[in-house]
Ligand binder design. Structure first.
Ligand code: NAD
Ligand code: MG
Length: 391
């Protein structure tokens, strides 16, 4: 029996995780579920999954949930605040943590799970982008098991030899092929992108996801963050990773070997596949995902990414190449930009402009400790807000 904490339980990844867990009550027990403000959704999940602990951000919401649970006769303990997130991530009763909070807010609880040596299912790519070297070092030092949930990285993980540490070339891998759907605006020119709305940007052709990652997919910043994520997870240099636009999202990524072999992982675009992989690894369990019907797919297309209309991919590659706190600055500026876009305060093409401006303005330090990384995050957010206020 594995005991699981789901950080960000009410989100897109969180609900898919609970769907998979619910299919295997003999294998998994939910220890804790956390959400930011969605107290009704969390109440519903508590009724169904009976966790020992539930966490919300504000005490007011926690008090409401406590009342509702007491009325329903459920024994779940309710806590509030960031400290509580860290506690349920490192709790002794827990062996598996799904890190599915969106954005920088997920960094501290995810790191806490790593430092407690848990099996960490990493969906929260922003945490790794911000703190790559420190994060991977903590994984090694504390003997954590890190399993990528991002579909591309999960695919690459499945295509690599079981032992792939110490550089790709040692294992005969010449290149990682990171597939991208191209998002809802694939083929659009920069000029046409200026007036797109948040709802258009969030209408992804193949995946249903939270709003932040949906916008990232539309700007291709998501692929940029994933490029950085892949460098850390697989000990790769940016030039060993090729982004391949593949609109059907059936091949989730590939690894190319020196003998000419290319190994790919295929499946329907459903996050329950990588989630089930991470939960059951090294075994396999039913994820509730429909079998892939290749005749219905019929064809697989590939094209290069357009980095002129979608500059965020290039900005991310440059940040990774520069190193230090540059990826943390990029991520923070992007989070502010996406929030402003979703709130109608910034145009779609303004996202890349804002990120580029903040990267120009903010100095880059070496990212040896958490304080430096968090400070870079705060300064970049401030610079982004100042730029926004001037628009
Ligand atoms: P989402 O917005 O649907 O859900 C986010 C969850 O985090 C919610 O439970 C929310 O309550 C919680 N949360 C938000 N802000 C918080 C804060 N400040 N403090 C504590 N909790 C907070 O997001 P999602 O689409 O499920 O994505 C989650 C993470 O997984 C992201 O980092 C995303 O990049 C990554 N990811 C998602 C997908 C996908 O298909 N949705 C695929 C790959 C990777
Ligand atoms: Mg992905």
């Amino acid at each position: 029996m594995r005991h699981v904490t789901v950080l960000g339980a009410t989100g897109s990844i969180g609900t898919s995780t609970l769907d998979v867990l619910g299919r295997h009550p003999e294998r998994y027990r939910v220890h804790a579920l956390t959400a930011h403000r969605s107290r009704e959704a969390l109440l519903d999940q508590c009724r169904r999954h009976r966790p020992a602990v539930a966490v919300l951000d504000a005490e007011e919401d926690a008090a409401w949930l406590r009342g509702q649970l007491a009325e329903a006769g459920l024994a779940t303990e309710v806590r509030a605040g960031r400290e509580a997130l860290v506690e349920v991530a490192e709790a002794r009763e827990v062996d598996t943590v799904m890190a599915a909070i969106v954005g920088a807010a997920g960094l501290l609880p995810t790191l806490a799970a790593v430092e407690a040596g848990k099996r960490v299912l990493l969906a929260n790519k922003e945490a790794l982008v911000m703190s790559g070297a420190l994060f991977m070092d903590a994984v090694k030092r504390h003997g954590a098991t890190l399993l990528p949930i991002d579909s591309e990285h999960n695919a690459i993980y499945q295509c690599l030899p079981v032992e792939h540490r110490g550089g790709l070339s040692r294992h005969g891998v010449t290149q990682l092929l990171l597939t991208a759907s191209g998002g809802p605006f694939r083929g659009w020119a920069w000029d046409d992108l200026a007036r797109v709305t948040p709802d258009q940007a969030c209408a992804h052709p193949n995946w249903s996801m939270g709003r932040k990652i949906s916008v990232d997919s539309a700007t291709l910043m998501n692929k940029g963050l994933e490029l950085i994520e892949a460098c850390w997870l697989f000990d790769a240099r940016p030039d060993q990773i090729q982004v391949v636009v593949h609109p059907q999202s059936v091949i989730h990524s590939m690894a190319a070997y020196s003998d000419g072999s290319v190994i790919a992982q295929l499946g329907n675009p459903d996050m329950r596949t990588p989630i089930a992989y991470g939960l059951a690894w090294p075994e396999r369990i039913d994820a509730g995902v429909e079998a892939l019907d290749l005749f219905r797919v019929a064809r697989l297309d590939f094209e290069p990414a357009d980095e002129v209309a979608f500059p965020c991919l290039r900005l991310a590659r440059e940040a990774m190449a520069e190193g230090g706190t540059a990826p943390a600055v990029l991520n923070a500026a992007n989070e502010v930009a996406v929030e402003a876009f979703l709130a109608g305060r910034l145009g779609f093409t303004g996202i890349g402009e804002l990120v580029a401006r903040v990267r120009d303005e903010c100095p880059v330090a070496s990212a040896g400790d958490l304080e430096t990384i968090l400070e870079a995050d705060v300064l970049a957010r401030r610079a982004a807000q100042v730029w926004l206020a001037r628009q």
